[in-house]
Every structure is written in structure tokens, then in C-alpha cells.
Design a protein around this ligand. Structure first.
Ligand SMILES: *[C@@H]1O[C@H](CO)[C@@H](O)[C@H](O)[C@H]1NC(C)=O
Ligand SMILES: *[C@@H]1O[C@H](CO)[C@@H](O)[C@H](O)[C@H]1NC(C)=O
Length: 209
């Protein structure tokens, strides 16, 4: 009996010492998919949900979001560090992108854990934690082990003195841009938005939103 207990204790210590940290992978360079978000509302009151179509193209350093009910679309141009919010009635505003477009899990991300979604034979995913200095939020980014596909992101923190939470889920990913006009922005250039990018909410760390 005593021997069994000692062996069990050694096994536990050995296992605890072996954290299998995966490689810092890079997202596919071009992809499209459904992006569903839930986030705290203005001034931390209530929640808002949005469903968008994400078109991500790192080769031109741009992404575009189209709200499913066509209420607005967003184009982020990281070569100019400008984000455009465009509504169907022709209104357009720009704001400065706070962080560069993230293509890979950054060096300063901390590995959290590996999980499997679903049952046996399910999908293996790796979670990484990132501290964003401004605004001061914590992001946990989850990517698939196979192919480094962005699966979800959870953001918590305090923005303008109010508690902030955002959950983002990506699904139905494909590796092509079906309609390149999603990256078009109006001409002449649209004015700067003094309120920042309130329409889409403040943050996806990974997307630089
Ligand atoms: C992590 O790295 C990114 C990109 O290099 C940088 O913008 C960010 O400030 C860094 N975060 C911290 C907490 O150092
Ligand atoms: C996501 O993919 C499923 C399965 O192919 C399909 O039935 C569904 O309509 C897709 N949803 C969207 C929003 O594209």
C-alpha cells in the first residue's frame, strides 16, 4: 500500500514538470469566415451581439468586416494604420488602428493550455494569453493546433473606467477571398471619427481593432 502511494506521488511530480508548450504558430495568410461577438455595451451597460463576415488578407495587410444585416462594414488598412467604418447610407468615418496587424502568436504571449473541443477525435486547440497595454486588457486567443486557425478570443479588462468583456468566435473558415471589393473604401477620403471605433467595439487584440 505504502509503495503504491509513493509511486503515484512520483508520477504526479514528473507529469507536472512537463508542460508541452506548442510552437508560436502563424495564422493562414488569407482566410474568410463568420465572426460572432458578444461584448459589454457602451459605458459597461448591458451586452451587444454582432455577427459579421471576416475577410483577412495579410499579404495586403488588410481585413474587412461586413455586418450580416448590412448595418455597417469595416475596412482596416494596416499599411496606413487606418480603420474605416462605412454605413450603407454613405456615412464613413476613420480612426487610427492602435496596434499592428498580428499575423502570428506574439513572442510576449504566454501559453495557457491545450484543450480538445468535442469528444474523442475532436479538435485540438492551443490557448495563449496576451496582455495589451493600451487599452489595458487581457486577451486569450485560441487557435487550432492543426493549421493555426483562429477559433476564438476572450477579452477582459477595464476601458474608460468601466469593466469590459468581449468574446469572439470564428467559424466556417475558408482560404480565399470570394469578393475582393470588400476591401474598397470610399473616395474622397472620409473624415476622422472623434469617438473612436464605437460601432464595432474597441478590441480584438489579434486583429488590431
Ligand atoms: C507585446 O508585443 C506587442 C507586439 O510586439 C506589443 O505591441 C505589446 O505592447 C507587447 N505587450 C507587452 C505587454 O509587452
Ligand atoms: C457554416 O457552415 C455550415 C456547414 O457547411 C452551413 O450549413 C452554414 O450555413 C454556414 N454558415 C454560414 C454563416 O456561412
Amino acid at each position: 500500500m505504502r509503495i503504491t502511494i509513493v509511486i503515484a506521488a512520483i508520477l504526479v511530480v514528473t507529469c507536472a514538470g512537463q508542460v508541452d508548450v506548442p510552437a508560436r504558430c502563424c495564422l493562414p495568410k488569407i482566410w474568410e469566415g463568420r465572426m460572432a461577438t458578444v461584448q459589454t455595451g457602451p459605458q459597461g451597460q448591458g451586452f451587444t451581439t454582432t455577427t459579421m463576415r471576416m475577410s483577412y488578407d495579410f499579404s495586403i495587410k488588410k481585413f474587412a468586416l461586413q455586418e450580416m444585416n448590412m448595418r455597417f462594414r469595416v475596412v482596416a488598412d494596416f499599411s496606413k494604420m487606418i480603420q474605416y467604418v462605412i454605413t450603407p447610407d454613405g456615412k464613413c468615418t476613420t480612426s487610427k488602428l492602435p496596434t499592428d496587424m498580428m499575423a502570428c502568436i506574439p513572442d510576449n504571449a504566454t501559453f495557457v493550455e491545450t484543450v480538445v473541443y468535442g469528444g474523442p477525435g475532436g479538435m485540438v486547440l492551443d490557448k495563449w494569453a496576451v496582455k495589451v497595454p493600451d487599452p489595458p486588457v487581457d486577451a486569450v486567443v485560441t487557435v487550432t493546433r492543426d493549421g493555426c486557425v483562429f477559433a476564438n478570443e476572450a477579452i477582459t479588462g477595464t476601458i474608460s473606467g468601466a469593466p469590459y468583456f468581449q468574446a469572439i468566435e470564428f467559424s466556417n473558415i475558408t482560404y480565399a477571398i470570394t469578393d475582393p471589393t470588400v476591401f474598397n473604401v470610399p473616395s474622397p477620403p472620409c473624415p476622422t471619427d472623434s469617438n473612436g471605433n464605437m460601432l464595432t467595439g474597441k478590441t480584438s487584440f489579434f486583429m488590431g481593432l
